[in-house]
Ligand binder design. Structure first.
Ligand code: MG
Length: 460
């Protein structure tokens, strides 16, 4: 039996195996029970991505929510950020999205949205889990079972929200040619329409909804975007864009057909948004490349580093009134739109930046500082992790090469010529080591030096 349901991205599993309708029903009842503690008749929006098992799980969790007396509004098939936007704008008390994001087609999952449109915090997930296992459900009596309704306005609301946030006229003037690869995912319902409204010439790749993901694996990695890269140069497009299965993340291809890694597109956003605001706070996890810090600081901004996880980034952004934030995996967060990763907004924003700067994407990316990364790992029993980090941080204090120690998530050391992060894995008995420097050799040297030191502490 699973004792921990929620992972880093909601609940995920193979449909009808660990992710089955019984679990979804129980989660619905637990979720509704929690919501009713602050509201006698909570309003919940529910949507799904394009997976085969979407209606099975949606129906089951809906039944659970209705049984506790929640009124449920089915918004249909939508990208995750579209549901999040609807929850906030339409004053729902919570939102449910049935999705396994970029996982293979046999997977599915449940992700929770708070009333402000952010992903559930760990605390809320833990509480739902506790109620689920206690089976202490607050079921409604027969007269007060919840009502189910349908609403098909979420996509329009969302597209109009983006159009109200970017400089549409400026983008339209450029008549960009965009190759859009929705990977047969939920993004197919939004991206082509949005691009048309932005006056773009569009070449569509895999923009037909299909839960089998026939086009390619739905994680936007270079090996999955070979067709997109080829298409961009073949048709002479200005840019290519790809979305993951539930369209919260976007990856870009420049006009030369080159894949742009997520650290670069994150830095591009950070650079131009802090430039536009003449500073401001930008938020990202401790694992993010220093190229982000460089461009934000250069524009008078300040970077706040958080623990890994997009809900954490989003919440810190709200608390600090940040102008921008996000992750290196293509998950960019624009507070003027909403506090969550949003691929369609990212695409519109990158087009706006290209229009404003009047430069091709390759040139904009070329201007972002370059760093070399080195990644390795080492075994460490789970029960030792906490102490190892403490000892490491303590021991480092006398290390003259260390400029600053950041213990936000693992132990990150800022050195004269780069940084290194020793971070315990949340799922495996290992420490991951990440380092970054201007040269490959230096990055490796830094990583191996501090890996050795950490290993000594582990083996004591
Ligand atoms: Mg996703």
């Amino acid at each position: 039996m699973m004792t921990k349901l929620f992972g880093t991205n909601g609940i995920r599993g193979v449909a009808n195996e660990d992710m089955n309708s019984e679990l979804a029903l129980g989660i619905g009842m637990a979720w509704g029970t929690l919501l009713k503690k602050s509201n006698p008749r909570p309003k919940v929006a529910i949507g799904t991505d394009a997976r085969i098992s979407n209606h099975m799980l949606k129906s089951a969790i809906t039944a659970g929510l209705l049984s506790t007396g929640c009124n449920v509004t089915d918004v249909g098939l939508v990208p995750t950020p579209t549901l999040q936007y609807a929850v906030k704008q339409k004053d729902f008390d919570s939102g449910v999205i049935i999705t396994a994001s970029h996982n293979p087609p046999q997977f599915n999952g449940i992700k929770g949205v708070a009333s402000d449109g952010t992903e559930f915090s760990k605390d809320v997930e833990d509480e739902i889990e506790r109620i689920y296992f206690d089976k202490n459900h607050d079921l409604a009596d027969w007269k007060n079972v919840g009502k189910l309704s349908n609403w098909d306005g979420a996509i329009n609301l969302y597209i109009n929200g983006i159009l109200a946030t970017v400089d549409v006229d400026l983008i339209k003037k450029k008549q960009f040619h965009v190759v859009i690869d929705c990977g047969n995912g939920a993004g197919s319902l939004v991206a082509p329409i949005l691009l048309k409204k932005l006056g773009c010439k569009i070449t569509e790749l895999y923009c037909e909804l299909d839960g089998m993901f026939p086009g390619h694996n739905s994680e936007p990695l270079p090996e999955n975007l070979v067709d997109l890269m080829k298409k961009v140069t073949e048709v002479g497009a200005d840019i290519g864009a790809a979305q993951d299965g539930d369209a919260d993340r976007a990856i870009f291809i420049d006009e030369k057909g080159t894949y742009i890694w997520g650290d670069k597109s994150l830095a591009l956003g950070g650079k131009y948004i802090t430039k536009q605001h003449k500073g401001g706070i930008a938020v990202t996890p401790v694992t993010t490349s220093n190229c982000f810090d460089d461009v934000v600081v250069e524009n008078g901004g300040e970077v706040i580093h958080t623990q890994v996880g997009s809900p954490i980034v989003a919440r810190v952004m709200i608390g600090k009134n940040a102008v921008f934030g996000g992750e290196e995996n293509g998950g960019l967060i624009f507070p003027e739109m909403q506090y969550c990763r949003d691929s369609a907004m990212s695409i519109a924003k990158v087009l706006e930046i290209m229009a404003k700067e009047n430069k091709p994407l390759s040139e904009l990316i070329e201007e972002i500082p370059k760093y070399e990364v080195y990644k390795t790992k080492m075994p460490c029993p789970d029960e030792k992790k906490e102490n190892v980090m403490k000892t490491l941080a303590e021991q480092i204090k006398n290390d003259s090469k260390v400029i600053e120690v950041d213990e936000t998530d693992g132990v990150k050391l800022y050195l004269e010529d780069g940084w290194v992060l020793m971070r315990p894995s949340g799922t495996e008995p290992i420490f991951r080591v990440y380092s970054e420097s201007k040269s490959k050799a230096k990055a490796e040297e830094i990583a191996l030096t501090y890996k050795k030191l950490t290993e000594e502490i582990i083996n004591r």
